[in-house]
Design a protein around this ligand. Sequence first.
Ligand code: CP
Length: 303
Amino acid sequence: MPKHLISIHDFSKEEILRVLSLAAEFEKNPSRPLFSDKVIASIFFEPSTRTRLSFETAANRLGARVIGFSDAGNTSVTKGETLKDTIKMVSNYADLIVMRHPLEGSARYASEVSSVPVINAGDGANQHPSQTLLDLYSILKTQGRLDNLKINMVGDLKYGRTVHSLLQAMSHFNPTFRFTSPEELRMPAEYKEYLNEKGIPFEESSNLEDGISDTDILYMTRVQRERFTDAIEYERVKNIYSLQGNMLTETRPNMKILHPLPRINEIAQDVDNSEHAYYFEQAGNGVYTRMAIITMLLGVNQL
Ligand code: CP
């Protein structure tokens, strides 16, 4: 059976650290045509800018050829072809599949019917593990360590798949969490139970400004309009937080602001010039991290 990356739990702590170490090697020298005999399929059933383009850049930098689609509307899915049949076809053609799909659990299902490794590039509100690995790489680069950090996750903690995966990955590294969200978008109970079982402390708040001065990582997220079934509920919470430059006067010197992007209103433009802003560099780190993930899933563990 091929190894997949569907949930962050699919990689042990040692494998996570190996991804980060490989990513650092790729950052030093990004042109490494290790896989010129491979074809990578990039199949996106849901919109993406960073994840798709950085995976495709990573594949190109590794010398692989890329096939796929960014809009399932141009595929036989429109004729009623099932996900199972689509994956079986794509795994006939490619050596590895990168898939984004709106349905939670779809990536796990794809991995069960695929004959080649599958990378989950986001399945509904569930998981986005390659984003988590690039987040960890960004945290390590900016903090010099992963252990004993205080992380304040802000915004849509209910539907935001990036915070769900990041919380689980950071649990290897003795973190302390603050969850800042409106009541309607609280971190789901299953994730809080997970932290309780591991003895990892967290607090919940609705106040953004109170949680800035004593944090190492301020992890902002977008309110996920596409996950709401009730438009009125979305309207009520969509502009709940907006981080402004003048809120950053009393912070730890090492504090960095991360965001998986895209942002809407939750980070004002004037924050972009702050020494604490790191979200554009974070997205850039996605190429090296995804090169490392592809390399490991294609069976190469060191360069
Ligand atoms: N961070 C992220 O998943 O961005 P995209 O939706 O643009 O891929």
